[in-house]
Design a protein around this ligand. Structure first.
Ligand code: PAF
Length: 282
């Protein structure tokens, strides 16, 4: 398995093994890989001649220094997991300096307002950091297809917008959420949960699944009130937001419109660990 820490060496290698028929599938990650990431890798391996995965905990997308410091870093275990999909996958695991060249700041982006909702509201600067790193990684890897999990649905929409605006020649592909047996969406942050917290966190998917049922007959406001009350009753969780939004614009649903697709988005803290989830509503 080839592992690169240096972008010039990765670029030179990709140039040496590519021709006009080569397709590069790319899975950008921050490591602490789980089954969800491996499913993205399988998708990339099946549909491309070369697959590259990046493992990089990107400092500029963290608005909370404690979250950045505590983000799990498990490179050796990640490499073993990647091998279970294919040992031909190319790993790019750069240092902060290899990416940011001594200037660890994000550039400002305009994502036509997608960045102002939900995660953008509660994590100031987060999407400028995501835009900066994903653009840089796309410039280095030059993927044909790039794979992102739908758990970070707002991120997926934002990356699609960035590619459209910057006219980058890459197809951005969203892949389904992987869940634990109790419904908890797989996330690298789950590694920080105790076994009891993991069990308790099943309430997140249970609640949004019920919200989906309620939304068939109730307004977005009524459903939101119900979700807030559910979490108020549960002392171990702090609900940061629950929002029913238009999938395309991410604007909150004020009045239902049959022609639109809606999605519920949720962010919850359990013992200072922030978990997000989302579900399609119609
Ligand atoms: O979803 C993630 O893991 C990160 O936001 C990404 C896309 C790898 C950028 O750092």
């Amino acid at each position: 398995m080839l592992i690169f820490n240096n972008q010039n060496e990765l670029v030179a290698h990709l140039a040496s093994v590519s021709n006009t028929a080569t397709t590069i599938g790319f899975v950008p990650t921050m490591g602490a890989l789980h089954q969800g990431h491996l499913s993205l890798l399988s998708e990339a391996v099946t549909n491309n001649s070369i697959t590259v995965i990046s493992i990089f905990v990107n400092p500029t997308q963290f608005n909370n220094p404690e979250d950045l410091a505590k983000y799990p870093r498990t490179l050796d275990a990640d490499i073993e997991k990647i091998k279970t999909v294919s040992d031909k996958i190319i790993v790019y695991a750069p240092s902060v300096d290899d990416i940011y060249k001594g200037n660890t700041v994000s550039q400002p982006f305009d994502f036509d307002g997608l960045e102002n909702q939900m995660e953008g509201q509660f994590r100031p600067g987060h999407f400028n950091g995501v835009g900066t790193i994903v653009k840089r990684l796309f410039e280095i890897v030059k993927p044909t297809n790039a794979y992102f999990g739908e758990k970070d649905f707002q991120q997926l929409q934002i990356v699609k917008k960035m590619v459209e605006k910057a006219q980058m020649p890459v197809q951005v592909i969203g892949c389904p959420i992987y869940r634990e047996a109790n419904g908890l969406a797989m996330s690298s942050r789950n590694e920080r949960l105790s076994e009891t917290e993991k069990k308790e966190a099943a309430i997140i998917f249970k609640t949004i699944s019920h919200a989906k049922k309620l939304f068939a007959t109730k307004s977005a406001t009524e459903v939101t009130i119900w979700v807030k009350k559910t979490f108020e009753k549960n002392q171990n969780f702090a609900l940061e937001y629950f929002q029913i939004a238009d999938e395309a614009t991410l604007l909150p649903c004020i009045r239902k419109n049959k022609t639109k697709k809606y999605r519920a988005f949720i962010a919850v803290f359990i013992n200072n660990i922030r978990l997000i989830d989302t579900i399609s509503l119609n």
